[in-house]
Design a protein around this ligand. Structure first.
Ligand SMILES: [Zn+2]
Length: 606
């Protein structure tokens, strides 16, 4: 192929100062002066992040090296004076954000998303480009390699050198990792899949590959085929404490804790199951949101907020299938799946925000609310992930019931894939509801009015009873009990009171981070940010605060001393019983054949 008319190079020029240096050469710049634009947000993470704030220097020159004048037009757009020859710009990006959303560089590794590093050549976004990924100077970096799903041009897998992209949209959808890393490989439908792990860890990579293989195959079989990809990459940064994932067209960036990884010959932990759930989630996105995507994202406008009420379908449905695929692929047991589901139900039904915001509103306002959660979030907003996944479950069960198990949400997803995703056609607002009604053979408008555009709770008990599973609840003994499992205390033996708040340790005492509506803490007048130092004149910490309150008889009034900012304040707190807000699921003892059959169809147990 001819050399692309846009050529980028990126070099970790000062890893110790967290600086990448990027140059971009354009053969034909705009005659009236070329503009360059950096995205203000990254697809998949719906918040204005203003990545351009990390561009700390910028210069422009012609092909002779003569400097050209430039000016900024707004926070993320530069304009360079007209240039007769090829135009070259050079700029530095400060990279010190350890997340999957931007860029991170030090002397141990480098990671970047194109949305943080590559300025778009305005007007030439459709043109192909080449990218020279360069090694840092010095022998310290001699054993560094490169991992990316970018297409090699004059490079081989894992090497520095030339890569290429079809256009700007393609360029910014392949994150890049560089450093010394471990690699695992497996194949799905003859397409190479790799997991790359950076950071200190002792994870069992063969076991991870074995589990990922069956999960990925379950998704590929679900949609009937892989999307058009040449290979797929799970780019994983392993740290002490961390969690995150971001989907891309043929890769995903993951951030996990080293405790999430499986250890050779040791039993499967719930942390590992959650990590597999994260991998499953991001892989399902390869179809759902990367290709089956809202019409308003086709193409993306990365300069400003883009609004849709449909994120329940792209994140909620994905969240539903990420865990369902684990049990369908038999990587986890049915019991473990029900535990995960019980936790989601507990999370949703504990939050009062579900009565104040609809899931459609949560999606629309994600830019300023879901992605900018403050101390009031549990009281005032609902998650389109968590409640969205329950809506997906409800929709699945509703279609199964309406069609006597002949159809399900699986069919809705397959139609979305073949009619929209595969063809590159954006999904219009509310189209998923129309398709679901067609597949169910009945009008599902009331379902969506109640649960998506309204704040009603889903009839979960009925859904689960139809598959021979009971939904149970109990008074929680602790906010740290996140549900999913049976209560361990005997009924009537332990007095459960809920503190109605989330608490963290603080050098002075127990610091309140979230105060729930109608809980004892809120009723007493305490607020998020307050540091409780004493209960009944005895010093408290996070560890003994809950137990201390539980030692008082119900109804008693206790003195609580707390600092609000620098003022010591006295509150009177009345001990009230906990709410029955902790849920778990259990297979029923006496179940009819029909229930068993329904469950087998749903979980694909046999
Ligand atoms: Zn997601």
């Amino acid at each position: 192929m001819a050399k692309p008319a846009i050529h980028y190079s990126i070099k970790p020029s000062h890893p110790e100062a967290h600086l990448f240096t990027i140059t971009c050469r354009i053969d034909k710049a705009a005659p009236q002066g070329q503009q360059f634009q950096l995205p203000n947000w990254i697809p998949g993470s719906y918040m204005i992040r203003d990545f351009a704030k990390n561009i700390i220097s910028f210069k422009a020159m012609d092909s002779n090296g003569t400097q050209l004048k430039h000016k900024k037009l707004n926070k993320s757009c530069w304009q360079v004076d007209p240039c007769q020859s090829a135009l070259i710009i050079q700029y530095e990006v400060y990279a010190w954000d350890l997340s999957v959303r931007s860029a991170h560089l030090d002397t141990t590794h480098g990671f970047f998303n194109g949305t943080s590093t590559f300025l778009a050549v305005v007007g030439q976004e459709q043109n192909p480009c080449s990218i020279d990924i360069q090694k840092s100077d010095g022998s310290h970096y001699d054993n560094w390699r490169v991992a990316t799903s970018l297409e090699p041009l004059e490079s081989t897998q894992y090497s520095f050198g030339l890569y290429q992209a079809d256009n700007y949209d393609d360029l910014i959808d392949h994150p890049v990792e560089m450093g010394t890393f471990d690699v695992g490989t497996f194949y799905i439908n003859n397409i190479q899949h790799n997991i790359v792990l950076t950071g200190k860890h002792r994870g069992d990579i063969p076991r991870l590959c074995e589990d990922l293989k069956v999960i990925c195959q379950t998704h590929a079989d679900f949609f009937g085929e892989l999307p058009d990809i040449k290979h797929y990459l799970f780019l994983t940064m392993v740290v002490g404490e961390g969690y995150g994932g971001l989907e891309h067209r043929s890769s995903t960036s993951l951030l996990c804790s080293r405790n999430d990884l499986p250890i050779k010959d040791q039993e499967q932990t719930s942390e590992y199951r959650n990590f597999l759930g994260l991998c499953s989630h991001e892989y399902f996105h390869t179809w759902n949101v990367k290709r089956i995507k809202p019409e308003v994202y086709t193409p993306y406008n990365l300069n400003e907020e883009v609004y849709t009420e449909q994120l329940w379908a792209f994140e909620g449905i994905t969240s539903y299938y990420d865990e369902l695929a684990l049990v369908r692929s038999k990587v986890i047991t049915e019991e473990q799946y029900l535990e995960m589901l019980g936790k989601t139900i507990t999370r949703v039904l504990r939050s009062n925000g579900r009565f104040k915001q609809t899931v459609a509103e949560s999606s629309f306002d994600t830019w300023t609310r879901f992605y900018k959660q403050d101390e009031s979030a549990p009281n005032n907003i609902v998650s389109y992930y968590a409640k969205g996944s329950l809506i997906a479950l409800g929709l699945d069960f509703t279609i199964r019931k309406a069609t006597n198990n002949k159809k399900s949400l699986d069919d809705v997803m397959q139609v979305l894939w073949s009619n929209y995703g595969k063809k590159g056609i954006g999904v219009p607002e509310r189209m998923i509801e129309t398709i679901a009604s067609e597949i169910a053979g009945e009008d599902l408008n009331n379902f969506f009015t109640d649960f998506l555009y309204g704040t009603k709770d889903l009839p979960l008990t009925d859904y689960f009873n139809s598959v021979g599973i009971g939904l149970h609840s109990y008074l929680s003994d602790s906010v740290d009990n996140t549900g999913g499992v049976k209560n361990k205390f005997e009924k009537g033996k332990v007095k459960a009171i809920s503190i109605g708040a989330r608490v963290v340790n603080n050098p002075l005492g127990a610091k309140l981070t979230h105060v729930f509506d109608d809980g004892v803490i809120q009723k007493a007048g305490l607020s998020a940010g307050d540091i409780i130092v004493a209960v009944d004149n005895i010093q408290v910490t996070k560890n003994n605060f809950e137990k201390m309150l539980q030692s008082f008889p119900l109804g008693s009034k206790i003195s609580v001393h707390a600092f609000r900012r620098d003022e010591l304040m006295l509150f009177s707190l009345q001990v009230i019983p906990a709410k029955e807000d902790t849920f778990y699921l259990e297979v029923m003892d006496n179940q009819k054949n029909q229930m068993l059959n329904n469950r087998n169809q749903w979980l694909k147990l046999s």
